[in-house]
Design a protein around this ligand. Sequence first.
Ligand SMILES: Cc1cc2nc3c(=O)[nH]c(=O)nc-3n(C[C@H](O)[C@H](O)[C@H](O)COP(=O)(O)OP(=O)(O)OC[C@H]3O[C@@H](n4cnc5c(N)ncnc54)[C@H](O)[C@@H]3O)c2cc1C
Ligand code: SF4
Ligand code: SF4
Length: 478
Amino acid sequence: MGPNRYVRTPIPEDPGEERADHFEEILHPYTREEAILEGQRCLECAMPYCVQACPITQDCRGYNILVGQGKFDEAARLTLRDNPLAMILCKTCYHYCEEDCIMGGRGVPIAIRHLKRASLEFGKSDLLYVPSKPKNQRIAVIGGGPAGLMATWELCLRGYSVTVFEKEPFLGGQMDTIPRYHLDGDEMGLDLARFKNLDCTFVVGKKAGKDFTPESLLKEGYLAVFISVGASDPRALGIPGEELPGVFHALEFLLAANLGEESAFGRKGRQVVVIGGGDVAMDAARSSLRLANKGDVTVVYRRAREDMPAGEEEVTEGEAEGIQFLYSRAPVRILGKEHVEGIVVQQTRLSEPDAQGKRKVIEVPNTEETLSCDTVIVAVGEKAALKDLPPELGLKVSAQGWPEGKKEDWMTDVDGVFATGGKSIVYAMGAGTKAAEAIDAYVSKKTGGQPMPRPDPFGGPTPPPRFPKGYGLPTWHL
Ligand SMILES: Cc1cc2nc3c(=O)[nH]c(=O)nc-3n(C[C@H](O)[C@H](O)[C@H](O)COP(=O)(O)OP(=O)(O)OC[C@H]3O[C@@H](n4cnc5c(N)ncnc54)[C@H](O)[C@@H]3O)c2cc1C
Ligand code: SF4
Ligand code: SF4
């Protein structure tokens, strides 16, 4: 009898109680045999909703099939053909493809993200990207996160010469704050090693607004500038006591934790309260638990569990590790004289739905309670650091907080300057592709050239199909 198509090959995972005191990776790769079994579950759909759901239209149907046939080298090549940050994404992507996989309605979706990892673990993945004939035209990218890196890859493949300016001493953007129990190695180093023959230069430690401006780059001879600076300014709670030692913003805390700074926790860090309900709050809570050596970590969220924006996987994994959750509570003030000693929270309820069906959070009077704690981590979102960018660009700020050009192709009010970002790594990469296409069209028009589709990244004679035959544009494009 063949494999049961409706049951997923289990992904090896450390038990919750054993993993909460260390940062080692908690999901482990499939063996070759397990990967082949899981690949064989794919129905090879003529209309692959999985590919359509992926913001970079990764041909995951294709690599699933190849893994199912045990053709790992071919699977790795196909994976890397569409995805220059595949090593990172095979461990961190929020796998939108799996949500739309047809097998989800019949059993459990194919483990598409984990099969991407299998293709790279067992196939030859140290391939090198090949640029087209040099155009001798320079483009500048500001910000070395996934949007900027994807745009760089797209433009270099087309023969442009790209310089990336990054304010930090390292590349990666918000990817650098992802905890090590998700990304435990030098995944970015492995991904960027494939860029070796592309004409790209990474200039780190240079900040727009201080060392240069987008317009100064145009004056220096760059034909276009792509701003992909993300959303890095922390949103504050705006409550008394927020300035006390022992209060951290999630991004600074997570970055310090990844850089191995034990001081990430300041003085104590045994009793931690995390404010927020998104993926970043979950990363902060789960990292706190590990740094505090199974200390006492509570997540305070102002709505119910089912309303949490964090992925179900993250919440369930956090629960299994021993994090406590306090729902329908809002922070009121942080207590302490020289250091945090506690936090006062208040019960909340939801209003009746408004015309758009939205329900507001309402604080319930006389329901205050004090939680004893020595550390508060604020994880209620980030916004663009617009002060570093000239007002002449006329930037708008996206709902998730990054700066964007107002025009349809994300061009700003300054001719030749484009700006955007993304709500997750793969969305940022999809945005990087779209920005690179707009830049290619703009520069080609200006210089009398022809914009080109993405060439075969491995130097083959024909551009690879962007969407497998038989279906239309992916939904995120519409
Ligand atoms: C804690 C955390 C965990 C996450 N986990 C995941 C995950 O598991 N999976 C997932 O898909 N997504 C995850 N995300 C979201 C994802 O990382 C972001 O959506 C994505 O990185 C955004 O990409 P971006 O290129 O638009 O911006 P960013 O990644 O923010 O990159 C912007 C870059 O621009 C640089 N910059 C800013 N200002 C300037 C300036 N003035 N001059 C020069 N450079 C500048 C910044 O230093 C940064 O390197 C996570 C985010 C956080 C915060
Ligand atoms: S990049 Fe993410 S969404 Fe796309 S196929 Fe891979 S796991 Fe799925
Ligand atoms: S939707 Fe699911 S079953 Fe169909 S091709 Fe994609 S991964 Fe395979």
